[in-house]
Design a protein around this ligand. Structure first.
Ligand code: F3S
Length: 401
């Protein structure tokens, strides 16, 4: 790789050992990937949840902090593996929680902003069109690339912290304009409900794998939440890191997403196809629903407000539960709006800064319902439970009286 004078100085240790180590790792990964140089990144979405990092990841972040490592670009991180403030009462294992809290201390020493969310774009981390970032978390990567028009690969957790300490990434993959062209054409031939955006994402992931789809037939009225679910689902059933939507997403607004080439493949999405896929997401033999879970990716304020209207006048049944996963910022806004009181008085638990996929499932629940394609994809194998996949209204209906 061609190095600038500053990069050479970093590799000689002139800006500290943590930064030297981080850049050396990025260089060693970048060279076999064919990167010819480093690029500057404007922000980093890292990871610090014990459920994925384990002891080795905890020790690595603590070591970087001991070596004086410090983020030189705004750095956020995925949800934590425990609900801070609720884990004891809910029965999480104390040693597990302790490890998560050590990670929380380490990221503060490293200068990360403790947002603990997979939706950093709802918390002020909003890169511009064409801006390079280094984001981990497949759903956030999809949103950054597709909806915001920023540029990032699916950054592995180990490299994200190196990008945070150096502000650099090797230039490869989706940082290069020529690698962002669509390859598959997808024509949506029916109207879409909120749930359908999840199901469409699951279909896309299965058909596209890691290729880039361009979708036609999605209205400009699609909300950011709709696109959040579409991308998260496509990144969970496949590894789609970027999609284009004709007339909607930035890179498809002003130019042909195929860059003048013919699509490699083309398929249509019909009502029948969506309904069949939705049925497949429900586990065979799912029993009486005990727990409803929403907020994957993290629930937006708008979604929580909408839910408060759906559940108006109802309460969660005594033998059931309803959990919302969201950001601390949304939690605070809901509190100030009086919405949090409405939800909690109805028996709904709001869990900020955590996520059910990357944390243990406490409470012994076996049969869950969700309106999230990504939760439906991951929860059965993560926790050995059965899942029903249905609309938000159906989630409320299943656990409320
Ligand atoms: Fe976010 Fe967890 Fe879903 S990190 S996207 S809530 S699996």
């Amino acid at each position: 790789m061609q190095l600038t004078d500053q990069e050479k100085r970093i590799l000689q240790g002139e800006e500290g050992e943590a930064k030297r180590l981080a850049l050396e790792i990025l260089q060693k990964v970048g060279e076999p990937l064919g990167a010819e140089r480093f690029i500057e990144v404007a922000s980093v979405q890292a990871m610090a949840h014990f459920g994925s990092l384990h002891i080795a990841g905890r020790d690595w972040l603590e070591k970087l902090a001991q070596l004086g490592g410090c983020c030189c670009v705004p750095t956020t991180q995925d949800p934590a593996s425990i609900p801070f403030g609720q884990w004891e009462e809910m029965g999480y294992d104390a040693e597990y929680a302790q490890n998560q809290m050590r990670l929380a201390e380490a990221i503060l020493k490293l200068g990360e902003m403790p947002k603990w969310s997979c939706t950093p774009y709802y918390q002020g981390s909003i890169p511009r069109v064409g801006q390079n970032v280094a984001w981990a978390e497949s759903s956030a990567v999809s949103f950054a690339n597709s909806v915001l028009g920023a540029r990032t690969n699916r950054t592995p957790a180990g490299l994200a912290i190196c990008a945070a300490l150096t502000g650099k990434m090797p230039c490869y993959g989706l940082y290069l304009k020529e690698n962002r062209r669509a390859q598959i054409k997808v024509c949506v031939e029916c109207e879409l409900t909120d749930l359908d955006y999840n199901t469409l994402g699951i279909l896309l992931g299965k058909r596209a794998g890691a290729k880039i789809p361009a979708i036609y037939g999605i209205p400009g009225s699609a909300t950011n939440d709709n696109l959040k679910y579409l991308g998260a689902s496509a990144a969970s059933s496949g590894s789609v890191a970027l999609y284009h939507i004709d007339g909607v997403t930035p890179e498809a607004l002003l130019q042909d997403p195929f860059g003048g080439r013919a699509p490699e493949e083309e398929f249509s999405v019909t009502r029948e196809l969506l309904d069949e896929e939705a049925q497949r997401l429900t586990t065979e033999g799912v029993g009486d629903i005990q727990l409803a879970v929403v907020g994957c990716p993290h629930y937006s304020s708008e979604e929580a407000i909408r839910l408060s209207k759906i559940i108006e006048g109802r309460k969660v049944a005594e033998d059931k539960a309803f959990w919302i996963f969201t950001t601390l910022e949304t939690d605070s806004l809901l509190e100030r709006m009086g919405i949090k009181a409405k939800l909690t008085q109805a028996g709904i638990r709001i869990m900020a800064q955590t996520c059910l996929v990357i944390s243990p499932l406490v409470g012994g629940y076996q049969n869950l319902i969700t309106d999230s394609g990504k939760f439906a994809s991951y929860l059965p194998s993560e926790h050995g439970i059965k899942i029903k996949y249905a609309s938000t209204e159906a989630c409320a209906e299943a656990v409320m009286k």
